[in-house]
Design a protein. Structure first.
Length: 318
């Protein structure tokens, strides 16, 4: 079996190995999503693969949605993991009774590299940001990605450079996000939900402050207009200027925690060994993603806890 769209056509072989496979027309979903993207997610790691992507997979199976997700990540993970496998992922869920549920997740239909210097990749992102169909962008990029300053309170070098040079070719992560939002503003002031799903309190408030800082700095430098700041990234101020305030919605979301891995992790490795030649081992072992309660020591391999204390279920995105 090969973890590709072509390989997935051998449906009975996958089912015989105990894998759940997409129940929808994958090629149709891919085509519709690329032409009319609805949801773009920044941070194409295992938390995203185990949770957001799986939620969309279930909704596609139920016929609630007709489009999947486009993921944004770094060049290494996208070129080594996502694209060689046609964006397919394997999700494993360990149940309380010791059984394992194995799912091939096909809801991620395209991946983009966030690099303003990579013209084809960045142009594709700008194209997506101009689409009327785009409804939401979301983030699992870790709390550090939102930081603008160092321990001394000084702007980080890449951030300071982006402030000075404007939104044309930003270097910082959030500078690129801010520039893409401004590109959407310039192409119709289209509405969008902007949602942080990272593990930090008031996550989207933090995201808002970061994006708003870029907008204000660029307006001060003359790269953007002040009305653009008011209309698109500062809806509270927009009220005082009597301009629409519904363009951008920043929504706080629940957060998750991490718990240590059960000692019988070897069972996972045995399960995936049949696909070892198709799954990069370094990535297959990287992160078990989970939702828990409380604070825990973090093991290099960690699992999702769906219960209030005991491990009821754990999930691995590979």
């Amino acid at each position: 079996m090969k973890l590709t769209r072509e390989g997935l056509k051998e449906k009975e072989a996958w089912r015989a190995k105990g894998y759940r496979i997409p129940e929808y027309d994958l090629e149709k979903v891919v085509k519709e999503t690329k032409e009319n993207p609805c949801w773009l997610h920044f941070g194409a790691g295992n938390i995203f693969k185990a949770f957001q992507a799986n939620v969309v997979q279930n909704l596609l199976n139920e016929g609630v949605l007709d489009r999947g997700i486009i993921a944004v990540g770094n060049a290494e993970s996208i070129e080594k993991v996502n694209r060689p496998h046609d964006e397919l992922n394997i999700l494993m869920t360990l149940k309380a009774d010791g059984t394992m549920e194995k799912t091939v997740v096909g809801s991620v239909v395209e991946s983009c590299i966030l690099d303003a210097e990579n013209v084809p990749e960045y142009d594709r992102l700008k194209e997506i940001f101009t689409k009327d169909s785009l409804q939401m962008i979301s983030f699992t990029v870790t709390e550090k990605a939102y930081s603008l300053v160092d321990a001394a309170g000084e702007f980080l070098p890449a951030i300071a450079e982006d402030f000075e040079k404007g939104p044309e070719k930003p270097k910082s992560y959030m500078g690129k996000v801010a520039a893409l939002l401004y590109h959407r503003y310039k192409n119709g002031e289209k509405p969008l939900a902007v949602v942080s799903m990272d593990n930090c309190s008031h996550n989207s408030d933090i995201l808002h402050n970061t994006i708003n800082t870029f907008a204000v700095k660029w307006a001060e430098k003359g790269f953007t207009g002040k009305v653009a700041v008011a209309v698109y990234v500062e809806p509270i101020q927009a009220r005082t200027l009597e301009v629409p305030e519904e363009n951008i919605s920043l929504i706080n979301s629940p957060v998750g925690f991490v718990v240590s891995l059960p000692e019988d992790v070897e069972s996972y490795e045995l399960e995936i060994s049949g696909l070892a030649e198709h799954v990069d081992a370094a990535f297959a072992k990287q992160a078990f993603d989970a939702v828990g309660h409380g604070e825990y020591d973090i093991d290099p391999h960690h699992v999702e806890n769906e219960g209030e204390g005991n491990i009821d279920s754990c999930k691995l995105g590979t």
